[in-house]
Design a protein around this ligand. Structure first.
Ligand code: FEO
Ligand code: CA
Ligand code: CA
Ligand code: CA
Length: 689
């Protein structure tokens, strides 16, 4: 089977064939799942609208940042924002003194693009490997030995291919925090010596099940540095795997579409799969998107299977040979039980994590919450597929503050009731000015307005011809019917804790503009889009629950020497090249941090920081690069520490355990291991500023 796949190295999106195959089931080689004819051409809304609305939306907002911290923008924020919008405050000679209320910009010397097989950080910064694939975190788990690995051992050890990371406070234990990590997928070629893809063994498959899922592990500061180390056997430490029990909640729980022969209730699912990015809620839980779940299911046959990219025939990993639930010919509903957002309470090691059906079913990249002024959560979500959609969920319930048992129990119901929306975007420039090269239209910006189209509220469907249950389980089809905008692979999303503006990462779409495929629009303005873009969205009236928004492209990625790039008007000779933005995070100063996946500019992937406000808005700087074959995931940026997940190091075509393409993190002769890395400033000051 292995040789049937072309061994080419420049896959769409810039990844190796191995990464494409194991991470997303060769999504880029399959037919585009979205064949819907929803080329919405909206009324061209007056150009002035978006600019005015952006300014209006810049007023002070309240956003609860991670784990309940409330951050209030200062009273000077509206003026600073208005000034930034009116030409971004750049002088012809580059940035001047930043506005006091804006983010201060990032002062480190950028890391140059490179292909070094290590994590490279700026001068003056230190780093350590926090935790590696296979390190024991549960009581009784053995030390990692790749030649004696077992499913039982793996179930007590840190999983494979760390992606999303969250760091939560741990009260009462000095210098400790709770790290939560996603383990998106396994690459058996790099895990097992002598792996035969045509004949995986039961033990290998069961190890892979145990290497998927989530980890909770308490980590300890080393005083005076930013070094972090795992606290093995801490009572909060936990592994959730492809066989752990999950509860299905919300309006589609119990639906006949979710029932199987093993679960007649439609409410109990074994496992979570392909957890990519996620989010941290203001009430202290974590959200985990189930992304390319389609690849684990064999013998897809229905039209809805097709819309989700579930192919006919066997799967790459062949799990269907070992558990019939992965064979849709035998269990046609099992795949409906994946593709959800999972909510985990990391502070309760006994709590069953929940799949939240109110947030819809698609290839969830991430789920990023914020609060309305009256305390209702709003969750932004991207469906990471070429030509798929961007969504939000607005809860009808208010978060309760505090840490009482009653408050925590209430808050664990917030994501079960509300309205699910999908986005439709309209540009404000004439279509004739969008030539597909990335050339800015005559008004100087890719920008416009958008509407949130309601899909379902509780048990009420807003989509003609679909029941509410169908809307939740087949959300992509609901988006097709209402004319949602086909985006260039919506990945991570992050609202700014300073301004409330939402940053939506569109990683690339090399099929945009190809014959028979959707052409450019103002939000997705480049044909054969190799490098991606980041969209900045401001809800009308600063109301995250509102039904409309203004937007503009904040960054059009690529080589700054390429005229088809845009860095919010910042002088391009002063920025780092960037390609394929993927995961994003804000630091406490309001700078946006961007990790990349599949750099198409000849460098390894990396992490970048950029100011979104003030004089330095758009000044993008590369902060680190990752080893050969790796993608940079899960950035967390605290005052004095950056955490990244180095995912799939050494995943280069032809690589195997015997023939490694990377020797990170432990040097030659040692198996390559996906790991989490902490970076800090050696002088102890805040990161970046
Ligand atoms: Fe798992 Fe969309 O990256
Ligand atoms: Ca425009
Ligand atoms: Ca991702
Ligand atoms: Ca990605």
């Amino acid at each position: 089977m292995r040789n049937l796949l072309p061994l080419i190295s420049s896959h769409p999106g810039g990844r190796s064939a191995l990464t494409c195959r194991y991470r997303c089931g060769d999504a880029c080689f399959q037919e585009i799942p979205n064949t819907s004819d929803n080329e919405y051409v909206g009324d061209v809304i007056a150009g002035a609208l978006s600019r005015r609305s952006m300014m209006r939306a810049a007023a002070v907002v309240t956003v609860a940042a991670a784990a309940g911290t409330t951050v209030l923008a200062g009273p000077a924020a509206p003026q600073a924002e208005a000034a930034a919008l009116a030409g971004h405050g750049h002088t012809p000679d580059g940035p001047t003194t930043p506005a006091a209320s804006g983010a201060r910009g990032l002062r480190f010397a950028p890391v140059a693009p490179n292909k070094d097989d290590k994590v490279t950080v700026p001068d003056g910064y230190g780093q350590n490997v926090v935790i590696r694939w296979g390190e024991p975190i549960l009581r009784g788990a053995p030390a990692f030995d790749p030649d004696k690995q077992s499913a039982k051992a793996q179930a007590g050890q840190f999983g494979y291919n760390n992606d999303f990371l969250s760091l939560l406070p741990l009260r009462g234990e000095h210098g400790r925090q709770v790290l939560v990590a996603n383990h998106e997928y396994t690459d058996e070629n790099l895990m097992f010596r002598g792996y035969d893809p045509a004949n995986p063994t039961r033990e290998q498959v069961e190890i892979a099940w145990a290497a998927h899922g989530l980890s909770v592990v308490v980590v300890q500061d080393e005083s005076r540095t930013g070094k972090l180390s795992p606290v093995s056997r801490h009572p909060l430490n936990r592994r959730l795997t492809a066989t752990s029990e999950f509860e299905v909640t919300g309006p589609a729980a119990g639906s006949s579409l979710l029932r199987t022969s093993a679960d007649r209730t439609g409410r109990k699912v074994l496992g979570t799969l392909n957890n990519c990015a996620g989010g941290t809620t203001p009430w202290g839980t974590t959200l985990h998107g189930e992304e390319n779940f389609n690849q684990y299911f064999a013998n897809g046959s229905s039209d809805t299977d097709k819309r989700y990219g579930i192919a006919a025939g066997a799967t790459e990993r062949k799990w269907e040979r070992f558990d019939k639930r992965f064979d849709l010919a035998q269990e046609p509903n099992e795949a409906h039980r994946f593709g959800w957002v999972v909510e985990l309470d990391p502070y309760d090691p006994d709590a069953t994590p929940r799949k939240r059906t109110a947030l819809g079913r698609f290839k969830h990249e991430a789920a990023q919450p914020r609060l309305t002024a009256d305390g209702r959560p709003v969750v932004y979500m991207g469906d990471d597929e070429r030509f798929d959609y961007f969504y939000k969920f607005v809860s009808s319930k208010k978060m309760k503050k505090g840490n009482s048992r009653a408050a925590r129990e209430h808050n664990l119901t917030l994501l079960d009731e509300g309205t699910l929306y999908v986005a439709r975007l309209t540009g404000d420039s004439p279509a004739a000015e969008l030539d597909g090269t990335g050339k800015l239209p005559s008004d100087g910006e890719f920008d416009g307005s958008g509407v949130w189209i309601p899909l379902a509220t509780g048990n009420t469907s807003h989509v003609p011809g679909m029941t509410a249950e169908e809307v939740y389980v087949f959300t992509r089809l609901a988006g097709d019917k209402v004319g949602a905008t086909k985006m260039d692979r919506p990945e991570d999303v992050e609202p700014s804790p300073r301004t409330g503006r939402v940053y939506v990462v569109l990683t690339n779409n090399t099929d945009r503009g190809k014959p028979g495929k959707a052409g450019v629009d103002e939000a997705n303005p480049r044909n054969l889009n190799k490098h991606g873009q980041i969209l900045e969205l401001a809800e009308y009236g600063d109301d995250p629950a509102g039904d409309g928004f203004a937007w503009r492209l904040f960054l059009v990625a690529g080589d700054p020497n390429d005229p088809a790039t845009y860095f919010s008007g910042f002088p391009k000779e002063k920025v780092s090249p960037i390609s394929c933005p993927d995961n994003v995070a804000f630091d406490p100063h309001g700078n946006l941090w961007i990790s990349t996946d599949g750099n198409q500019l000849g460098s390894h992937d990396g992490l970048f920081g950029v100011a979104t406000q003030g004089e330095r808005r758009g000044e993008l700087k590369q902060f680190l690069t990752v080893p050969s074959g790796a993608e940079t995931c899960g950035p967390v940026v605290q005052d004095r520490r950056v955490l990244v997940a180095v995912q799939h190091p050494g995943e280069i075509d032809g690589a195997s355990v015997e023939k490694p393409a990377s020797s990170w993190p432990d040097g030659p002769g040692r198996i390559v291991r996906p790991s989490v890395v902490a970076v800090w400033r050696k002088d102890g000051h805040d990161i970046g500023v």
